[in-house]
Design a protein around this ligand. Sequence first.
Ligand code: ZN
Length: 168
Amino acid sequence: MQVTFLGTNGWYDSLTGNTVSALITARDYDIILDAGNGIAKADRYISQDKPVFLFISHFHLDHTEGLHTLVKFRFRKGLAICGQIGTRADLAGLVREPYTVPLDKVPFAVTVTELEDGTHELPFRVTCLPLVHPVPCRGFRFEIDGKVITYCTDTGVCDNAITLARGA
Ligand SMILES: [Zn+2]
């Protein structure tokens, strides 16, 4: 397993890097965390031959502005986008003409799954809980390949971040 930080800048790109995106390369899946401009570099690190999951923490543009580059990818096992309740409507508002190629016209299959807060088997186990941010934002805890990886971005200190991170 490998974790690659594709973008770590908040708000906007700078000489130090792109806006937010990270990649977990697991045995059977590639898992992308957020879709800031860093997501455009994902194909440097993955074969695109495994199922790809994209978890969106929230819809601030520095976490979603890279969605317009999805059309460049060739995810041969498809892309499963996961996020909090309301993700489907927010995606439909953002990833559409005339701004970019809509998800139903990219050259691979895309599914969108809205996750209630709590634990889900996706087939790997993921727990999502709300964080502290001006807009609804979810943190994620992944249990996969015998490891625990927690992704809590854009939050103040809160009990949920601690719950998600325990033992990670
Ligand atoms: Zn934010």
